[in-house]
Design a protein around this ligand. Structure first.
Ligand code: DOR
Length: 421
C-alpha cells in the first residue's frame, strides 16, 4: 500500500525537524520525506494547513479489560485513543483480575494486537495489587510487560517497594507509582482545602502525595531504578522531583491534562466528573505543574484515561469512583491550556506527548524519518471545536461541551488510517 500525505507542516520532536514537507508511506513505513513529486498511489491526503507529528504515546490508560468491560474494553479504548491521535498506549494493571500473571498480560497484548494501534501493558508490581507480595516481575517482563505499576493504589510497604525497584533496575524497566498516602486521606478524589471544607468532606491533602513522592525519590536514588511518578498534582511533589533529578535520581514525572487545566473549584461545577485520584488542586499547584512542564521536571503528559459508567458517576460525591476519560481531549487541552497561553511551544508539547513517553518505555519508535513505522497524527492546531460524544464506552469527562483549540483530523498507525474526522 502506497500513500502520500502532501503539503503538511512536519513537527517532529525526535529530530527537531519543523518544515513543510510531503510524506510517502510504503508498506507501513515512512519511505520518503521532503518535496516529493505527486506519484500515482492508492491514497493521497491533502494536509495543507495541518500539522503532521509522530503518533502520540500515552503511558497511562485504563482499558478495563478483562473484567470491567461495561466501562471500556480494549477495542473501544483503542478507538478512543486513535480519535485522540494516539498510536501507542500503555495499559495499567488494575483490571479484574489484575495483570499480575503472564496469562492476563498475554490476553491484553493479544487483544490489543488486533486493534490497529499499539497496545502495550504494564504488569502489576504486587500480587492482586495488595501491596504485600511481589509478582514474578521477570516472568511478566518475559511475557511482554512494558513496565510495572500498581496504579490506582500506592505501595505503602517500603521493603516491598525497595525490592520492586531493585528488580525493575535489574530488568531495566520503568516502575510507575501512584503517590497518595491513605493514612492522611479522609475522602479521596477531592483536594483537602477550600472546596472540601465548603462541602463538609475531609478530602485528600497535598501532604498525602508529597510524603510518598519524597520517599520514592529517595528510594530511586538509592536503588538506581527508573521511577516514574504518575499524575503529579502538587507544587511540593514537583519540587521533590526537581530536587531528586538534580541529585541524579533516574526519576521521571507525568502530568495529566486535567491537572494542568482545572483546579479544585471544578468540583463545585462538575461534581463527580471532577473527582479523581490524585485530586484537582489549587491554582498555585496547577501553576507549579505547568512550571514543571516548562523546565523539564515533568517529562511527559499522560491522560490517566479512567472510564466509569454513568450509573457509577451518578452516585454521591463521596461514593462515586475517581477518574475521568482523557484520550479524546488530551491534545486539544495541551494546545488550549499550555500552547495557546504561551507556556510551552507546540514542539515542546509534542516532546511530552510522543518523544519522552516513547523513550521512557524504551520504544524503538524514532519519529518522522525514512524507514520509521508510519505512526502519525495529523491535526489542525487552530481549529476550534466542541468536545462531543466520545468514542470511549464511557463519557465521564468534565470537558464535554467545552470549546477547545486543536483538532485531530487523522491518525495513522503502521501506515493504516485508524481514525479520520
Ligand atoms: O482517578 C483515578 N482513577 N486515578 C487512578 O489512579 C486510577 C483510576 C481508575 O482506575 O479509575
Amino acid at each position: 500500500m502506497r500513500r502520500q500525505i502532501r503539503g503538511g507542516r512536519i513537527l517532529d520532536p525526535f529530530s527537531g525537524r519543523e518544515e513543510k514537507a510531503d510524506l510517502l508511506i510504503e508498506d507501513g513505513r515512512i519511505a520518503a520525506v521532503g518535496e516529493l513529486p505527486l506519484e500515482p498511489c492508492e491514497s493521497v491526503f491533502d494536509a495543507s494547513g495541518l500539522v503532521i507529528a509522530p503518533g502520540l504515546v500515552d503511558v497511562h490508560v485504563h482499558f478495563r479489560d478483562p473484567g470491567l468491560t461495561y466501562k471500556e474494553d480494549i477495542e473501544t479504548g483503542a478507538l478512543a485513543a486513535a480519535a485522540g491521535g494516539f498510536t501507542t498506549v500503555v495499559c495499567m494493571a488494575n483490571t479484574k483480575p489484575a495483570a499480575d500473571c503472564p496469562e492476563i498480560l498475554e490476553y491484553v497484548l493479544k487483544k490489543g494486537a488486533g486493534t490497529g494501534i499499539r497496545v502495550l501493558s504494564c504488569g502489576a508490581v504486587t500480587r492482586g495489587l495488595k501491596g504485600q507480595e511481589l509478582t514474578d516481575m521477570e516472568a511478566l517482563y518475559r511475557a511482554g510487560a512494558a513496565g510495572f505499576t500498581d496504579d490506582g493504589i500506592p505501595i505503602l510497604d517500603e521493603r516491598i517497594l525497595r525490592q520492586a525497584m531493585e528488580e525493575a533496575a535489574r530488568l531495566d524497566v520503568p516502575l510507575s507509582l501512584h503517590e497518595e498516602d491513605p493514612a492522611l486521606i479522609e475522602n479521596n478524589g477531592i483536594n483537602r482545602g477550600r472546596v472540601s471544607r465548603k462541602l463538609g468532606i475531609g478530602g485528600s491533602p497535598c501532604e498525602a502525595e508529597i510524603r510518598l513522592v519524597e520517599r520514592d525519590c529517595r528510594l530511586a536514588l538509592e536503588t538506581g531504578a527508573r521511577v516514574n511518578i504518575q499524575h503529579i498534582s502538587t507544587a511540593g511533589a514537583v519540587e521533590a522531583v526537581r530536587r531528586a533529578k538534580s541529585l541524579g535520581a533516574r526519576v521521571t514525572a507525568e502530568a495529566s491534562p486535567h491537572h494542568f487545566s482545572l483546579t479544585e473549584e471544578a468540583v463545585l461545577e462538575y461534581g463527580t466528573l471532577a473527582k479523581m485520584n490524585p485530586p484537582l488542586r489549587t491554582e498555585a499547584d496547577r501553576r507549579a505543574v505547568i512550571r514543571g512542564l516548562q523546565d523539564g521536571t515533568i517529562d511527559l503528559i499522560a491522560t490517566d484515561h479512567a472510564p466509569h459508567s454513568a450509573e457509577e458517576k451518578g452516585r454521591p460525591l463521596t461514593e462515586a469512583p475517581s477518574g475521568i476519560i482523557g484520550l479524546e481531549t488530551a491534545l486539544a487541552l495541551g494546545i488550549t491550556n499550555l500552547v495557546e497561553p504561551g507556556y510551552i511551544s507546540l514542539m515542546e508539547l509534542m516532546e511530552k506527548m510522543s518523544r519522552n513517553p516513547a523513550r521512557l518505555y524504551g520504544l524503538t519508535y524514532r519519529g518522522i524519518a525514512a524507514g520509521s513505522p508510519a505512526d502519525l497524527v495529523i491535526f489542525d492546531e487552530n481549529e476550534i471545536w466542541t468536545a462531543g460524544e466520545p468514542l470511549s464506552k464511557s463519557s465521564n469527562s468534565p470537558f464535554l461541551g467545552h470549546r477547545l483549540k486543536g483538532r485531530v483530523r487523522c491518525t495513522i498507525c503502521g501506515g493504516e488510517i485508524v481514525y479520520k474526522a
